[in-house]
Design a binder for this molecule. Structure first.
Ligand SMILES: Nc1nc2c(ncn2[C@@H]2O[C@H](COP(=O)(O)OP(=O)(O)OP(=O)(O)O)[C@@H](O)[C@H]2O)c(=O)[nH]1
Ligand SMILES: [Mg+2]
Length: 370
């Protein structure tokens, strides 16, 4: 029996087995087995060529993947937001490759990747969608672009990403597995478990563990347990923009909002834009900035004063040490102390160590050892 048939058979069994306490462990094992088989299939497909992958390098302070069906206006938006010249057309599949563009905002360089239309079966390796999805996996944020007339495409896009091991808008599961030499599988939980210990052990065994310590810190279901054990999932936040807002008739707006709510999307959290008429773009940029969680740190440079033109851009929660690392090796090695003025400081020119957590619009002076 071929791998594909095996996968289909396991799927069928999961579908037809009623879920209850007595079948839970069995279903858990099946799901774990399914996850394993799917990865094996993927490895084979990759090694048999046709993979290739996109050579889009990571540039800038952060990367946003622009995801949407053909003709929703991805290229038009990329051109409106960035310095890229992406081909646009009123026919589908204009974009056959991934187009990068750089958005300058608040002194940060945000790389935007225009990802061609995700199509039926992309995650299963057909239609070149696979390589495209691998680009999405490396992004810091997914921007879903929807047409007001096809909001339901959102479901398909999320499904495709999920099938490609992207987990949107979720923290990684609090599950950790450590292999050990003997003693079988031992489960330690800091919360009330939703699953039987046998189910958990079954999932682990199905993933090739014989002796291991498993620590669980949240009420995981089977799927999330498998995610935690497999540990090759990407956890990426996402936001939604509805393009072609210029085409929404006022009487149709309620329908759009209703379609959004049906998908647990608060219309107030969705950014309505017109890429073509360049409307709503400032709000979208602000939203991107907020979701990326970047901060600006203005460097106070010896003899040159505070540089407010080109801030050092860091992730929220970064320390003085992280700032030094981004500035270059010698800063990290020779840091004596730092002085901070601004939101994270108790007073002007506060002297801090390398573990001080910086905030947006801090002014930072690094004092080096000689
Ligand atoms: N009315 C209106 N038309 C738009 C808007 N944005 C894009 N379009 C039009 O929609 C069509 C498709 O736009 P593209 O930017 O090529 O779409 P795409 O998502 O890049 O499509 P693919 O590359 O095929 O995946 C073009 O004719 C655009 O001019 C908009 O905000 N309003
Ligand atoms: Mg395009």
């Amino acid at each position: 029996m071929g791998l594909e048939e095996e996968i289909e058979e396991i799927r069928e069994e999961i579908r037809t087995t009623p879920y209850n306490k007595s079948t839970e462990a069995h279903i858990g094992r099946l799901k774990a087995k399914l996850a394993e088989k799917k990865e094996e299939l993927e490895r084979r497909q990759q090694s048999s060529g046709g993979g290739g992958g996109y050579a889009v390098e990571k540039h800038g302070d952060a990367t946003v993947a622009l995801v949407g069906f053909p003709s929703v206006g991805k290229s038009t938006l990329l051109n409106a937001l960035t310095n890229a010249e992406s081909e646009t057309g009123s026919y589908e599949f204009t974009t056959l490759d991934v187009n990068p563009g750089m958005l300058q905002y608040n002194g940060a360089n945000v790389q935007l990747l225009d990802v061609p239309g995700l199509i039926e079966g992309a995650a299963a390796g057909r239609g070149g969608g696979k390589a495209v999805l691998s680009v999405v996996r490396s992004a810091d944020l997914v921007l879903f672009l929807l047409s007001p007339f096809e909001i339901q495409q959102y479901d398909r896009l999320r499904e495709e990403l999920r099938a490609n091991k992207v987990r949107l808008d979720r923290e990684p599961p609090r599950v950790s597995v450590t292999r050990k030499g003997k003693g079988g599988i031992e489960v330690t939980a800091s919360v009330d478990l939703a699953l039987d210990e046998e189910t958990i052990k079954g999932v682990l065994r199905e993933n090739g563990y014989v002796n291991a310590d498993v620590t669980i810190g949240e009420r995981v279901g089977v799927d999330r347990l498998i995610d935690g054990v497999m540990d090759n999932r990407e956890y990426i936040p996402s936001i939604v923009a509805v393009n072609k807002a210029d085409l929404i008739d006022p009487s149709y707006l309620d329908t759009v909002n209703e379609e959004l709510r049906e998908r647990d999307l608060d219309p107030d959290e969705v950014t309505f834009i017109s890429a073509e008429e360049r409307k709503g773009l400032d709000a979208l940029k602000r939203r991107l900035w907020d979701e990326l969680g970047l901060i600006r740190v203005y460097m106070d440079k010896p003899g040159r004063g505070v540089d407010r033109e080109e801030p050092l851009v860091l992730r929220a929660g970064s320390t003085v040490e992280a700032a030094c690392r981004k500035l270059g090796g010698r800063f990290r090695e020779r840091l004596r102390f730092a002085r901070v003025t601004g939101p994270s400081a108790d007073h002007e020119r506060q002297q801090v160590g390398d573990d001080h957590v910086l905030e947006d619009e801090d002014v930072l002076k690094i004092v080096l050892r000689r």
